[in-house]
Design a protein around this ligand. Structure first.
Ligand SMILES: Nc1ncnc2c1ncn2[C@@H]1O[C@H](COP(=O)(O)OP(=O)(O)OP(=O)(O)O)[C@@H](O)[C@H]1O
Ligand SMILES: [Zn+2]
Ligand SMILES: [Zn+2]
Length: 754
C-alpha cells in the first residue's frame, strides 16, 4: 500500500507536522489536496485531515489506514498547498491555520454506509441540489418498468413518477418513499440520470442594481490604455484624487480581463463593503459575481467555492480574506483603498494582503492594481523606484473642483470665548447647509461620550481593571466601557481614593457630539455611525441609504464616514479634532492623519455644488495638516519619506514585532527575556553582528495589560527579513521555546505595537 502524508485538522502547535497513513486500495487513486477521515490517537477517534504528500513507503512502522475520502469537499490544488507553506513560514502561523484561509474549517462530517464501506460527506454542502429524470432510453413508462423485477416496489414507484423533465430530490421525496440507494441502482441500470445544480446562497442575487457605463475621460482612458499595453503580469498603482472615477477604471480593467478569459478578485476594506460598491459591480456585471466577507457561514463559503470552481463566478468581490478565493485562472487582483490598514490581518495568519497578491502572481499570470487617493508611503515609494507602474488621475471627473479646506486653530477659538467643540466657522457652515438643504459630514475619531473620567481633587483616573487604560463613558448605557476588552463599570459618584465628589468628565466622543448637535441644531435630522451604533445587522446599509436618499442632514461618525462614499449633496465636511490621530505614538501617525483628512475632505462637493471642508486642530502647522490642506500628496510624501529614511522605518526596513502575553506579570517578562536571549544567541551564531544590531531591547508594552493579560515585547528593525524569518522558524521548533508558558505573537510589519 502507498503512504499519504496528512496534516490533522487541529490548531495545535504540537501537531504542526504531517503524519503518515496507509492508503487502502479502495481509496486509490489517492490525490494530494484531498480531505480524508483518519483514526487518530490512542482512542482512534475519527478526525479529518489534508493529504499533502504521497509516497511509496514510510520510515515509520505500523501505520494506520485512511478510513475514507470526504466527498464534495473542496480539493486543494498544488498552488494552494504551496501558498500554505509560504504563509506558514512567512507569517509564523500553523500550517492548518494557513489551510483554513483557503477552505472552510468547521466541517460537519457525516458518515454513511455504501456497499458495506463507510463513506463521508459534508452536511454543510446541502445546498447542492440533485435532480433526476428518466434516461430517455425507452419511450413509455411501461418499457422502463419492464426492466425491473415486480417485487422491487420502490424502484417501480420512482420510475412511475419520473418523466424526462428533471425533478429535484426533495420533490421526489414528497411523492415517493425513495432513498438515494434506490436511485443509485436505477442510475446503474441506465434507467434514470442524475444531475446536480448548485443553489447559491447569495443574499444580493434578487436585488436590482444598475450602474450605467461612463465614457472614460482623458486621464481614465490613459490609465486604461497603459494597463492594456502590458502583456506580462505587472503591478500598477492607480493614484487618483478623490472623485476622479477610479471605480470606473477598475470596472474596465475587470471587463477587459474577463474578455481575455480570466477571472478577477476585487478587494475593498471590510467597511467599504457597502451597497454602494456592491451595487456598482452587480449593476455592471450581473450574474457572475461572488461576494465574500467574514460574516459568511461555512455553508455559504462552500457554495461560493463551488461556484468559483465551476466558473459560474468569474469576479469575486470581498474584504481581504477574499484574496484566498480558489481561482485557477486568475487574471487580475484589485486592492481598492490600498492604504487601509485592514489589508493587514491582525489574527493568525497575520498576513499582508498585498504580499499575498504578489505571491499569487508567481502562480498565475495576473496583474495587480493598487488604487487610492492617498497611497501608502511604501506603495508610492515602490512606484517611484520599484517594479510598480504609476498611473495617475490628477483631477475629478467632469473637472469638478476639489473642495476648499480651511484650518481652524482651536486654541484661538478658546481665546475668543468659544468653549464648545464646534468652531464658529463650522457652526455657521452647518447652519447655512441646513438652510440650503445640503448635507454635512462630521468626523470625530473617538467613540463613546467622555473619553476620560477623573477626580479633580486627587487626580484619580478611572482605569479598566483588566487593561490599565482609561475607560470611556457611554451615555446610552450610563456606564463606562473599556474599548480594549469590553469591560463595563458604573461611574463612581465619590472618588474611591479621596472620597471627594468632584468627579469630572472630559474629552469628547461621538455620542457626546451627537447630543451637542441635537441641542444646537434641533431642526436637523442627525445620523451617527460608529461601532456602537452599527452593531445591529444591516444598520450600516440602512444609515447609508437614509443619507443617500436625503433623509438626514448631518452624518457624524468615526473613520467609517471617511471612506469611499459618493454622495452628491454633501457640500460641507468637518473634522472635529484632527489631533486625535496625530498624537498616537506610532511612526505612521502623520501618514494616517494625512490620509484621513484627505479622504474625508474628498466626500465634499462631488456633485454640481461646490464643497467646503473645515479641519479643527490644536496643531495647525503640522505638515500632515498643512499639506492635506494644499492637496499636496507629493509634498507630503517627500517629507514623510525623508523622515522614514532617517529613522529607518518602512519602506527602508521591515519591523518584526515579537510579543508575549500572560496573566502572570513576572512570567511574561521572564519568557520574553528568555526568548530574546535564545534568539540573540542564534542570530550571533548564524548571522553575526550586522543582524544583531537590528534587535531592540525587550520591554513592557505601552499598554501594559489587556484583558487581564500582561504584555511584553521587543522589535527588530531589519533589512534581512528572510534571514530573520528562517531563524525565527527554527527557534519555534526548539523544545524550550515550545514549552514557554506565555502566548507568543510574531507579527511582521504590524498595524500597531501598542
Ligand atoms: N468618465 C466619467 N464621466 C462622468 N462621471 C464619471 C466618470 N467616471 C466616473 N464618474 C462618476 O464620478 C463619480 C466619482 O467616481 P468614483 O466614486 O469612482 O471616484 P473615486 O476615484 O473612487 O473616488 P474616491 O477615492 O473618493 O472614492 C461617480 O459618481 C462616478 O459614477
Ligand atoms: Zn480623588
Ligand atoms: Zn479593558
Amino acid at each position: 500500500m502507498r503512504v499519504a502524508e496528512i496534516y490533522i485538522n487541529q490548531i495545535n502547535k504540537n501537531m504542526d507536522r504531517s503524519f503518515d497513513y496507509y492508503i487502502p486500495d479502495f481509496l486509490e487513486p489517492m490525490e494530494i489536496g484531498l480531505r480524508v477521515v483518519i483514526p487518530f490517537g490512542v482512542k482512534n477517534s475519527k478526525i479529518d485531515g489534508l493529504v499533502v504528500g504521497i509516497k511509496e513507503s514510510s520510515e515509520y512502522k505500523r501505520l494506520k489506514n485512511i478510513e475514507g475520502i470526504i466527498e464534495d469537499y473542496p480539493k486543494l490544488n498544488d498552488w494552494q498547498i504551496k501558498m500554505c507553506y509560504w504563509l506558514q513560514k512567512s507569517y509564523h502561523c500553523l500550517f492548518m491555520e494557513a489551510v483554513n484561509c483557503f477552505v472552510p474549517s468547521n466541517l460537519h462530517i457525516k458518515k454513511k454506509k455504501e456497499n458495506g464501506r463507510n463513506t463521508y460527506y459534508m452536511a454543510n454542502a446541502l445546498h447542492e441540489v440533485k435532480y433526476y429524470k428518466l434516461s430517455g432510453k425507452y419511450f413509455k413508462t411501461e418499457d422502463y418498468l419492464a426492466q425491473i423485477k415486480s417485487n422491487a416496489t420502490k424502484q417501480r414507484e420512482i420510475l412511475s413518477c419520473l418523466e424526462e423533465i428533471p425533478v429535484s430530490f426533495k420533490e421526489l421525496k414528497e411523492k415517493t418513499t425513495c432513498t438515494t440507494a434506490n436511485l443509485n441502482i436505477l442510475i446503474k441500470k441506465g434507467l434514470i440520470t442524475e444531475s446536480k445544480e448548485i443553489n447559491i446562497r447569495n443574499p444580493y442575487k434578487d436585488r436590482e442594481y444598475q450602474y450605467p457605463v461612463n465614457t472614460l475621460n482623458r486621464h481614465q482612458q490613459e490609465a486604461f490604455d497603459s494597463f492594456n499595453s502590458y502583456e506580462k503580469p505587472s503591478t500598477f498603482l492607480l493614484h487618483g484624487v478623490t472623485g476622479s472615477g477610479k471605480t470606473e477604471v477598475y470596472l474596465r480593467y475587470i471587463e477587459e480581463t474577463i474578455k481575455r478569459g480570466k477571472s478577477c478578485i476585487y478587494l475593498v476594506p471590510e467597511i467599504s463593503l457597502t451597497s454602494q460598491i456592491i451595487g456598482r459591480i452587480m449593476g455592471r456585471f450581473k450574474e457572475n459575481i461572488g461576494i465574500i466577507h467574514s460574516h459568511l457561514s461555512d455553508g455559504e463559503k462552500i457554495d461560493q467555492w463551488n461556484a468559483i470552481k465551476n466558473k459560474s463566478v468569474r469576479i469575486v468581490l470581498g474584504a481581504r480574506s477574499a484574496i484566498f478565493a480558489p481561482m485557477d485562472d486568475l487574471g487580475l487582483i484589485i486592492l481598492d483603498e490600498e492604504h487601509e490598514n485592514t489589508f493587514k490581518s491582525n489574527n493568525r495568519p497575520r498576513y499582508n494582503t498585498y504580499e499575498v497578491a504578489k505571491k499569487l502572481q508567481e502562480f498565475h499570470e495576473c496583474h495587480i492594481v493598487l488604487g487610492s487617493a492617498t497611497p501608502s508611503v511604501s506603495s508610492y515609494y515602490e512606484a517611484l523606484y520599484g517594479h510598480v507602474n504609476l498611473l495617475e488621475l490628477p483631477e475629478r471627473v467632469k473637472s469638478i473642483p476639489m473642495p476648499e479646506i480651511h484650518i481652524i486653530d482651536m486654541k484661538e477659538e478658546l481665546y475668543a470665548g468659544n468653549k464648545t467643540v464646534i468652531s464658529r466657522k463650522l457652526h455657521n457652515g452647518i447652519l447655512q447647509n441646513l438652510k440650503r438643504g445640503e448635507q454635512t459630514i462630521l468626523f470625530l475619531n473617538k467613540r463613546g461620550y467622555s473619553t476620560f473620567v477623573f477626580c479633580r481633587n486627587c487626580g484619580y483616573a478611572v482605569n479598566c481593571p483588566n487593561c490599565e487604560i482609561s475607560m470611556t463613558y457611554h451615555h446610552n448605557i450610563k456606564q463606562m466601557a473599556c474599548h480594549y476588552c469590553g469591560h463595563k463599570e458604573h461611574v463612581p459618584t465619590i472618588c474611591p481614593k479621596c472620597n471627594s465628589d468632584k468627579i469630572k468628565y472630559t474629552g469628547s466622543g461621538t455620542q457626546k457630539l451627537e447630543m451637542q448637535l441635537r441641542k444646537y441644531y434641533p431642526q436637523a435630522r442627525i445620523l451617527r455611525m460608529d461601532t456602537d451604533s452599527m452593531q445591529r445587522k444591516g444598520a450600516y446599509e440602512e444609515t447609508i441609504d437614509l443619507f443617500q436618499q436625503g433623509k438626514a442632514d448631518i452624518l457624524l461618525g468615526t473613520q467609517m464616514v471617511t471612506k469611499g462614499f459618493d454622495f452628491k449633496n454633501v457640500t460641507l465636511v468637518g473634522v472635529i479634532l484632527a489631533d486625535s490621530t496625530l498624537n498616537i505614538p506610532d511612526y505612521k501617525a502623520s501618514e494616517r492623519t494625512f490620509q484621513l483628512i484627505t479622504q474625508v475632505a474628498g466626500r465634499a462637493g462631488r456633485g454640481d455644488k461646490l464643497g467646503e471642508v473645515i479641519v479643527q486642530t490644536y496643531e495647525p502647522n503640522h505638515y500632515a495638516i498643512t499639506l492635506s490642506q494644499a492637496y499636496d500628496y507629493k509634498g507630503f510624501y517627500d517629507q514623510e519619506i525623508s523622515y522614514r529614511k532617517m529613522m529607518k522605518y518602512p519602506p527602508f526596513s521591515d519591523i518584526i514585532y515579537i510579543g508575549f502575553t500572560n496573566e502572570d506579570e513576572v512570567q511574561v517578562s521572564r519568557d520574553c527575556l528568555k526568548y530574546y536571549d535564545k534568539l540573540y544567541k542564534l542570530v550571533k551564531e548564524e548571522e553575526g553582528e550586522e543582524l544583531l544590531r537590528e534587535m531592540y531591547q525587550p520591554t513592557a508594552s505601552p499598554i501594559k495589560k489587556i484583558n487581564k493579560k500582561y504584555r511584553w515585547y521587543f522589535i527588530i528593525k531589519t533589512n534581512h527579513l528572510l534571514q530573520y524569518n528562517s531563524i525565527l522558524n527554527k527557534l519555534s521548533e526548539e523544545k524550550e521555546i515550545m514549552e514557554l508558558h506565555s502566548t507568543l505573537i510574531i507579527d511582521i510589519n504590524p498595524n500597531n505595537i501598542l
